[in-house]
Write a protein that binds this ligand. Structure first.
Ligand SMILES: [Zn+2]
Length: 97
């Protein structure tokens, strides 16, 4: 699996986590009436999940797939914003740093 597909899976995991958290908070509020506790738990869990984005870097230059010139965006780059490497085409050649 290339780095772009892995990063896209991370995006889908985050979307699923966000949706699941929303449902969990709403259901908890409906049945127990205290949504602040599950909301806090979901915030911490989603934040911990989001830190996984730092694993997805360009194999050529090391630029993060979720960063565009210092601005983090929730969806990954198909083309490296730093060196222009096509990240979704083929398995990139292994380079030693
Ligand atoms: Zn690059």
């Amino acid at each position: 699996m290339n780095v772009f597909r892995a990063a896209r899976q991370h995006l889908y995991r985050m979307l699923f986590g966000t949706a699941a958290s929303f449902v969990f908070v709403v259901v908890f509020e409906r049945f127990f009436g205290h949504s602040s506790i599950p909301f806090a738990i979901c915030t911490v869990v989603l934040f911990a999940m989001a830190t996984g984005m730092w694993k997805y870097n360009c194999p050529r230059c090391g630029s993060n797939l979720f960063m565009r010139g210092g601005i983090p965006l929730p969806w990954p780059n198909a083309k490296c914003s730093n060196c222009g490497l096509e990240l979704d085409r083929t398995e990139p050649p292994a380079t030693t740093p």
